[in-house]
Design a protein around this ligand. Structure first.
Ligand code: DAH
Length: 366
């Protein structure tokens, strides 16, 4: 009998061999196979037991030198053990391979848990918010919101508003004219509307009194820009037409609007003014929200204490006649205000150009 070292254990190899030796060899071989922790050490175990110089290989070689009566039983037992060890090696091999694959898959797996990019929720533009609020307030007084074309005929923008060719009021509206590349009709000039007032005539032509509408929309002026002027800006027009409408109705409606829009402490001022399409006409102003109307060095109101919002008046008889109404039976009032001016008042925005510059740092403040 001799012992050969194998790992920490000593492998018992029988020189003479008997069946109980085989049982001991099985125990050792199986234990080694089960202990192999990776493919390389498993291959070492295979070599040590089944390789050309492996324990069992050598053991089987001893068959011939054994006493004849032992050979059969020993040979059978040793061969069976060889088969069992090979099987055990095979099983261990697949187990180790599966474990190695699992490890690799775990290491290579896509990490789907990365947080996605934050979704930025948009919001309504401050001018849209203002227009909606204006429409909402006037709706409480029975006004319907309608819209009209931005590319307009001279006919509606000027003629029907009592501003004929050569009228000095045309100089107030620095107009962007549109030349028709197909020639067009020289007697029907086209322009970008300079105000929302042309919708007065359009609505009156299309409807019968009683009329109560609010017309928000973009208007265009051929003008240099500064903190208070843009060449593209928004207005809203108001028009009420019925019998027995008076200037008191106009003032009541505008006061109510100012109080709902700017709060009860705001003051509103009417001063005589001139517009060709209203008679009498008035300028509407609100006391300055920055200085509270004290003026002085206030840059927002230029020291006047007042902020102009627009104009208003009783619809001129010529305008009523122009759309086929009889001024002795029908009267109306109209007003027009700048949307940006109101948005600036409400938000304390110092420069009208901020509305169109689309700087999110500004827009997100609303
Ligand atoms: N359309 C005028 C402008 O743009 C504003 C205006 C004044 C409108 C008086 C009106 C009004 O309806 O009655 O300057």
């Amino acid at each position: 009998m001799r012992f050969v070292p194998a790992g920490t254990e000593r492998i018992f190899v029988s020189g003479r061999g008997n069946l109980s030796d085989i049982a001991e060899l099985r125990r050792q071989a199986m234990a080694e196979v089960d202990r192999a922790a990776d493919l390389a050490s498993l291959e070492g175990v295979r070599q040590r037991w089944l390789g050309p110089k492996g324990v069992l290989t050598l053991e089987l070689r001893t068959i011939g030198s054994r006493p004849p009566e032992e050979r059969k039983a020993f040979g059978e037992a040793a061969n069976r053990l060889k088969g069992e060890v090979a099987e055990r090696l095979e099983a261990r091999l697949s187990a180790l391979r599966a474990a190695a694959l699992d490890l690799r898959l775990a290491a290579e797996r896509e990490d789907l848990t990365l947080p996605p990019r934050r979704v930025r929720l948009g919001r309504l533009h401050p001018l849209t918010q203002t227009i909606r609020e204006v429409s909402r307030i006037f709706a409480t007084m029975g006004f319907e919101t309608v819209e009209g074309p931005e590319v307009e005929w001279d006919h509606y923008n000027f003629e029907l508003l009592n501003i004929p060719q050569g009228h000095p009021a045309r100089d107030k509206f620095n107009t962007l004219w549109i030349s028709n590349p197909l020639g067009g009709d020289p007697d029907r000039p086209v322009l970008l509307r300079t105000h929302t007032s042309p919708m007065q005539a359009r609505v009156m032509e299309a409807r019968k009194p009683p009329i109560r509408v609010i017309v928000p929309g973009r208007v265009y002026r051929f003008e240099a820009t500064d903190a208070y002027h843009e060449s593209v800006f928004f207005q809203f027009e108001g028009l009420a037409v019925d019998d027995r409408i008076t200037m008191a109705d106009l003032k009541g409606v505008l006061y109510s609007f100012a109080r709902q829009m700017f709060g009860g402490e705001r003051k509103i001022r009417f001063r005589p003014d001139y517009f060709p399409f209203t008679e009498p006409s008035a300028e509407i102003a609100i006391d300055c929200f920055v200085c509270g109307g004290t003026g002085g060095e206030c840059r927002t109101c230029g020291g006047s204490g007042w902020l102009e919002m627009g104009g208003c008046g009783m619809v001129h008889p010529n305008v009523l006649r122009g759309v086929g109404y009889d001024p002795s039976k029908t009267q109306g009032f109209a007003f027009g205000c700048g949307v940006e001016r109101i948005a600036m008042l409400r938000s304390g925005t110092p420069d009208i150009r901020l509305f169109q510059q689309n700087d999110l740092r500004y827009l997100e403040g609303f």
